[in-house]
Design a protein around this ligand. Structure first.
Ligand SMILES: [Fe+2]
Ligand SMILES: [Fe+2]
Length: 409
């Protein structure tokens, strides 16, 4: 028999609250402290309480006993008594925590955690998540939470961050055509750069929450880049430029890269790393404010994408030095697949020269040509530096940098 205290505690008064308006919260709260088999006396004035309570008990595995409980003569005849069932407790047997909410993510994320929040108590039996990447080493970088916070704080609005009304009339028509060609090329590269993190994100176990969030901001960044480069390309009211088969073939090899880390390496370390130099070049040679604005805004975002790619790849290579061989083979494979393609759209290359030249004067073209050669040297130097940061010896870094696609991305 329960003690006098327990018997006194095992009562709940719903007053005029019905079970169809939240009364079950009071019942659950009162039953929570009782062991299965113990009884709870329920009082209340709602006219449908006896009927609703019977239905509620059946659906929740408890038993409704009508009548005055012998243990408590103070209650009126017909008081309702609920005997607690055991199914509520059984529901949580076999439940496990999905790692720790406050701590770092687990080395391996259980598919059975599904979409549960990291650190949640997970009821057994739900649908497993079909994520392809469930191991920390294959997706993680310690800098990911910081980079996500920086990315969230640095989101900009294309409508207001760029002064779209700034004049472009002073740009000579042929330079404007070069800008339009470059913008056309940038858009297709940005589209690839959007699809890849979105694809990685869709196959990532959500236990690695910060990486998931970071990839989402990365995709959002690329969506803005697609927008502003398209808008700049159309600003002079003409048609967009050309898209070469070789350029698209180069991007297709990125889209087809199946592994998280090699995809991140080829896209972010080598491709976006190279693009950072390209965007800075475009910013420095921009003949108008809008071109200067869109390239300045994009390069800020790209720096974060590159930082994650380098940090993640270095993280994995640090824990598994043999992985450098896998990365090396991914570069060689891509190079071999593209050997018979032109790589960069020739019209893009010529547009870069003309943009840097600023005019058709032979001496200006020579300067433009040299500026693009200098750009390519800076790109190569940047790639070698990033490859060295991941762990490649200098000679191997130089070799791999030279195998990078002519398309830059
Ligand atoms: Fe981008
Ligand atoms: Fe990017």
């Amino acid at each position: 028999m329960p003690s006098a205290d327990a018997a006194a505690a095992a009562r709940v008064d719903l007053a005029d609250l019905g079970l169809d308006e939240g009364g079950h919260l009071l019942l659950d709260r009162a039953l929570a402290g009782l062991a299965p088999g113990r009884r709870l006396t329920v009082t209340g004035r709602h006219p449908a309480l006896p009927i609703h309570l019977g239905a509620w008990c059946r659906s929740h595995g408890h038993r409704l006993i009508a009548g005055q409980p012998a243990a408590d003569p103070s209650l009126a005849a017909g008081a309702l008594v609920v005997e607690k069932g055991g199914s509520g407790e059984r529901r949580w047997t076999g439940a496990a925590r999905a790692g720790s909410a406050a701590g770092p993510p687990d080395a391996r994320a259980d598919a059975r955690w599904g979409l549960a929040a990291r650190g949640a108590l997970v009821e057994a039996g739900g649908p497993p998540i079909g994520a392809q990447w469930s191991e920390r080493e294959h997706v993680w970088a310690d800098i990911a939470p910081k980079l996500y916070a920086a990315a969230a704080a640095a989101q900009w609005d294309p409508a207001t961050a760029v002064d779209w009304a700034a004049p472009i009339d002073a740009v000579p028509p042929e330079i404007e055509r070069a800008i339009v060609q470059i913008m056309t090329y940038l858009v297709e590269n940005e589209q690839a750069a959007l699809i890849i993190p979105a694809r990685l994100l869709s196959q990532l176990h959500p236990h690695y929450r910060e990486v998931m969030q970071l990839l989402a901001t990365q995709a959002a960044d690329e969506a803005r880049h697609v927008e502003v480069f398209t808008r700049r390309g159309l600003l002079s009211g003409g048609l967009l430029g050309t898209s070469s088969a070789g350029g698209r073939a180069s991007l297709a090899t990125l889209l087809n890269e199946p592994d998280f880390t090699t995809a991140s390496f080829l896209l972010s370390v080598l491709g976006e790393g190279t693009f950072v130099d390209l965007l800075r070049f475009l910013h420095d040679h921009a003949p108008d404010q809008v071109t200067a604005d869109v390239t300045r805004l994009a390069v800020r975002d790209e720096a974060r994408h590159v930082a994650f790619g380098v940090a993640h790849t270095a993280h994995l290579a640090g824990s598994d030095p043999g992985y450098l061989g896998t990365l090396r083979r991914s570069v060689e494979r891509r190079h071999a697949a593209l050997q018979d393609t032109a790589g960069l759209n020739a019209e893009v290359f010529d547009s870069l020269v003309l943009l840097a030249a600023g005019s058709w004067a032979p001496a200006a073209i020579r300067r433009g040509w040299q500026a693009v050669r200098d750009l390519q040297a800076r790109m190569d130097e940047g790639r070698r530096r990033r490859l060295a940061a991941i762990g490649f010896p200098d000679d191997e870094a130089a070799e791999l940098s030279a195998l990078h696609t002519r398309n830059f991305m």
